[in-house]
Design a protein around this ligand. Structure first.
Ligand code: SF4
Length: 106
């Protein structure tokens, strides 16, 4: 499983730039550059404690990644095989504001 670092700190699953979700899905089936990918698992952190407590787990360094960006060098049968990836989206309000910065067109 790739190591994951994520700057989308507005996501309920983000714990100190690690992800607590356990697995994530990256979109971008026609992507040719990082900006055409997104983390489809992004959920904006709400104001109410109920929503935020849905994601009370710990952040994990390594995470399973399903990825639709089949033009990426690291994509094998819709799984990410990179050693480590960076998800970006420090001001994200929705999944389209995030991207996999590690996408490499192959
Ligand atoms: S590095 Fe490539 S295969 Fe891995 S999540 Fe990012 S876009 Fe998908």
């Amino acid at each position: 499983m790739p190591a994951l670092s994520c700057s989308a700190t507005t996501c309920i699953y983000n714990k100190q730039e690690l992800c607590s979700k356990g697995d994530i899905k990256i979109g971008g089936s026609n992507a040719h550059k990082p900006g055409e990918t997104c983390c489809e698992s992004f959920q904006e952190r709400g104001q109410d404690a109920m929503t935020n407590s849905m994601a009370s787990g710990m952040g994990c360094t390594n995470i399973a990644i399903d990825c639709e960006a089949q033009n990426c060098q690291f994509n094998e049968s819709c799984k990410c095989t990179a050693g480590g990836i960076q998800i970006s989206g420090s001001e994200a309000c929705c999944c389209d504001d995030t991207k996999c910065s590690s996408f490499r067109c192959g």
